[in-house]
Design a protein around this ligand. Structure first.
Ligand code: AMP
Length: 191
């Protein structure tokens, strides 16, 4: 669609890598699987949505994660005279999430994501595109994954109700292959 994908997780990891003030504040929350405080996230998103490349739309990935974030986003959008067209809820069992995340590997250099079972690199631990080293995110270690799932069920799942009241959410089955899920998602937003 030629619009940016805005991932709050990627933005935070970039800040942690660069050791910015924001990154230093966020790191302890991220490493322990907790959510970074709403105020920090909303401020970061506000700055990002005001950038030029967001004029024609964007995909928000990993945001909002709490009701106050969703309310803050509604306010930001009101000021920007924009609205949310689709909210996609990816339905998947916790056991499959644990399997996917513990086998996820990310490239240190270009951030490309692999999965050791479903989408392994051609050469062990090397990125196919840039030959950077692949690593396991600290928060993709088994104990932290379970904590993140608990946080999801407690703080993020209530958003399903929040957006169903606005009648803009679409639930899709996220248990298939990458290709199948991509097609289901495209069908659900283009129909
Ligand atoms: P993600 O890459 O989306 O899984 O995010 C990784 C971690 O970054 C999360 O476990 C949180 O600690 C933090 N994070 C990312 N997005 C948000 C958000 N919208 N609100 C609070 N914390 C976030």
């Amino acid at each position: 669609f030629n619009i940016p994908q805005i991932s709050t997780g990627d933005m935070l990891r970039e800040n942690v890598r660069e050791k910015t003030k924001l990154g230093n504040e966020a790191k302890a929350y991220m490493d322990s699987g907790k959510l970074v405080p709403d105020e920090i996230i909303l401020n970061m998103i506000k700055n990002r949505l005001n950038e030029r490349d967001c004029k024609n739309g964007y995909v928000l990935d990993g945001f909002p994660r709490t009701i106050p974030q969703a309310q803050g986003l509604d306010l930001l959008l009101l000021n920007l005279k924009q609205k949310i067209d689709h909210v996609i809820i990816m339905k998947i069992d916790d056991s499959l999430i644990i399997e996917r995340l513990s086998n996820r590997r990310s490239c240190k250099n270009c951030n490309k994501i692999y999965n050791l079972i479903y989408n392994p690199p051609l050469i062990k631990n090397k990125c196919n595109d840039c030959h950077g080293s692949l690593y396991l995110r600290d928060d993709d270690k088994p104990n932290t994954i379970q904590k993140r799932l608990n946080v999801y069920h407690e703080q993020t799942e209530p958003l399903i109700d929040y957006y169903s009241k606005q009648n803009i959410n679409q639930e899709i089955n996220a248990q298939g292959s990458i290709e199948e899920i991509k097609n289901t998602m495209l069908n659900s937003i283009t129909k």
